[in-house]
Design a protein. Structure first.
Length: 311
């Protein structure tokens, strides 16, 4: 993580419950305090001011990060990626534009986390067979349909129902469910007594924010447009294979596409991978132009790793 702040941030590596307790100690800034610290950082490179901006929004990162726990990735890594996005946002934030840092930072936080998820699961998407992909993308929806929403292991009857609906083995259902559930739920007991079930909901103000809702809608529209434009960079064969394998809810097997094109299964896999990299690259290349319209941080800010968006 590049240096924007002058003091170390709490580490999620010591455990999620401890981390949540630590970040809740940092006060949430008023609009006036936020503007003052942002100006001090932007105009004078005051790293203590940057530290206050970052720490006051760590709970926002945690709340956003928890939405991605369903992918079975380490929650510590997801939160860390989100914190990098937050630091990007603080480095570029301009308080004179009339929006709160939480609204501006949300895009950066999501972008870094989504890139991490994309990076982590791309090999799974490329190498897994059709049944595994179907199980990965449909398991959570199927669990919801049969009200299997507890954090523990599925009951035998639930496993049987899901395996029949998705046409996979019961063993595969159990393995994928455990993988996707990843870390233990926040809704657990702490020290055997204190109820931490609502810890996440207490992290940030739960009242609706119209500016955040608008920003989320705008972000989704931009991502869809970016993906559509990126797909247009593919040749017809790449476009068809990419669309079938990545955007089809029930993607065909490599063998099916190989027979359709009269080439080998391995050749289809290579084309799929090449198309994936092209789309990813095209979406990355669209970022600098958009960022150039945003005011940069102070000239003495230490440059950060490039941020890539997930599709």
């Amino acid at each position: 993580m590049y240096q924007t702040v002058s003091q170390p941030l709490p580490s999620v590596g010591s455990g999620l419950t401890h981390y949540l307790a630590q970040i809740r100690k940092f006060p949430i800034l008023t609009h006036e305090e936020e503007t003052n610290f942002a100006r001090r950082w932007r105009q004078h490179g005051d790293r203590d001011a940057a530290y206050r901006l970052v720490t006051s929004h760590l709970r926002l990162v945690a709340k956003i990060a928890m939405r991605y726990r369903g992918y079975g990735l380490p929650i510590a890594d997801i939160v860390s990626e989100g914190n990098i996005g937050l630091m990007h946002a603080v480095r570029r934030f301009d308080p004179e534009r009339g929006i709160r840092l939480s609204t501006y930072a949300m895009w950066w936080i999501k972008a870094t986390i989504q890139e991490y998820v994309l990076r982590s699961w791309s090999l799974v998407k490329i190498s897994a067979n059709s049944a595994q992909k179907k199980l990965f993308f449909k398991l959570r929806r199927t669990k919801s349909a049969i009200s299997a929403l507890d954090d523990g292991d599925l009951r035998p009857d639930q496993v049987k129902t899901i395996s029949e609906r998705l046409k996979v083995s019961e063993h595969e259902v159990v393995n994928m469910d455990r993988r996707l559930r990843g870390d233990v739920s926040l809704n657990s007991r702490t020290n055997g007594a204190q109820d931490a079930g609502d810890a996440l909901e207490r992290l940030v103000d739960p009242s609706p924010r119209h500016d955040i809702a608008f920003a989320e809608d705008e972000e989704l529209s931009k991502r869809r447009a970016a993906l559509k434009a990126a797909i247009q960079t593919l040749n017809p064969r790449e476009k068809h294979i990419f669309t079938e394998r990545y955007l089809n809810e029930d993607p065909p097997k490599l063998e099916t596409l190989a027979m359709e094109y009269g080439i080998s299964r391995e050749r289809i896999r290579q084309i799929e991978l090449r198309a994936f990299q092209k789309v990813k690259s095209a979406m990355q290349q669209g970022e600098p132009a958009k960022r150039s319209a945003q005011p940069n941080g102070p000239a003495h800010s230490i440059s950060s790793p490039s941020l890539k968006r997930g599709c």
